[in-house]
Design a protein around this ligand. Structure first.
Ligand code: ZN
Length: 295
């Protein structure tokens, strides 16, 4: 079955819940960037939560997660757009760390500690930016902390990626449940209890017939109402024009240097590795545009 995100209301509308099956999306990221096993888990988890967050934004809006830890993975960037389309980029995609004692991939050690920022571009004049310290690098815990501190939104976040022996993705997905304002205490307690059953979500994703079955097992007693379903896929939205704009933003001086040193330019998209070629003549045109902007 292709990847998708289910959207629910539960607890008489006091809790909203997103549940993602992101196996193919995570595996596409692995193949695109030749991600190491632990990097596949880190990127897969980050894409899954970004995808769920993008379910309720519209048109040309987007959600960007920038995870800047001090671990071997370096910077990790994920962008999710309505649809839901996600793309990811990791600075050192092949970096890896030994698994934990239980054989669990040590995402926390690969990502490290640092900063987590979320950019919510909701098609308005200024995007909304929230930032918190990255405490664990495990991503689900850090996002829970982010929602609580930066958005004042108590949330349950569970994310999992399970790899096969050949390091392809066997299962990936996640749950995001958020309390609506004024949620009665008994539902808060029920959600906490349900959340406690999701600590080994990677294994449960593999053993469940579907993400829907997993949601029903843990939240079925809380008055679950399905309100939507969104497809999810790894897709880059880069275009020649977008790359041109990026080159123009480098400025006249930098473009002059490219023209005199190399004559032409080859620019690869960070998110999908597609290569765009620019001749000397095209670069000169972009240089003139940059000069016009600066002048
Ligand atoms: Zn691209």
């Amino acid at each position: 079955m292709s990847d998708h995100i289910m959207q629910y209301l539960l607890a008489d509308g006091n809790i909203r819940l997103f549940a993602a099956d992101s196996r193919q999306t995570a595996d596409e990221a692995r193949a695109t960037h030749a991600l190491s096993p632990t990097a596949t888990a880190a990127v897969g988890r980050a894409m899954t939560i970004a995808g769920m967050m993008a379910c309720d934004i519209k048109n040309t809006g987007s959600i960007t997660l920038n995870i800047r830890g001090d671990g071997p993975l370096g910077a990790l960037c994920v962008v999710a757009r309505p649809g839901v389309e996600v793309k990811a980029y990791a600075q050192y995609p092949q970096a890896d760390v030994p698994p934990k004692y239980s054989g669990k991939l040590d995402v926390g050690a690969l990502v490290g500690k640092g900063r987590l920022s979320v950019i919510r571009d909701l098609d308005m004049k200024e995007p909304w930016v929230g930032q918190v310290d990255l405490h664990s690098g495990e991503i689900a815990e850090d996002m829970t902390y982010y929602f609580a501190i930066s958005e004042q939104q108590p949330s349950l976040v569970a994310l999992g990626v399970l790899l096969d022996r050949d390091t392809t993705v066997r299962a990936a997905g996640g749950i995001l449940a958020q309390l609506m304002p004024g949620c009665p205490e008994q539902w808060v307690a029920a959600l906490e209890q349900a959340g406690a059953g999701l600590t080994d979500i990677s294994r449960q994703l593999q053993s469940s017939a579907s993400i829907t079955a997993l949601v029903e097992r843990h939240f079925g007693h809380m008055g679950l109402v399905r309100i939507g379903e969104h497809p999810l896929a790894y897709r880059c939205d880069c275009t020649q024009e977008r790359i041109e704009r990026a080159l123009i933003s480098l400025g006249k001086e930098e473009l002059d240097e490219m023209i005199t040193q190399d004559g032409a330019a080859e620019v690869s998209c960070h998110f999908c590795n597609k290569t765009y070629r620019f001749t000397r003549r095209q670069l000169s045109g972009l240089r003139d545009e940059a000069a016009g902007k600066e002048g």
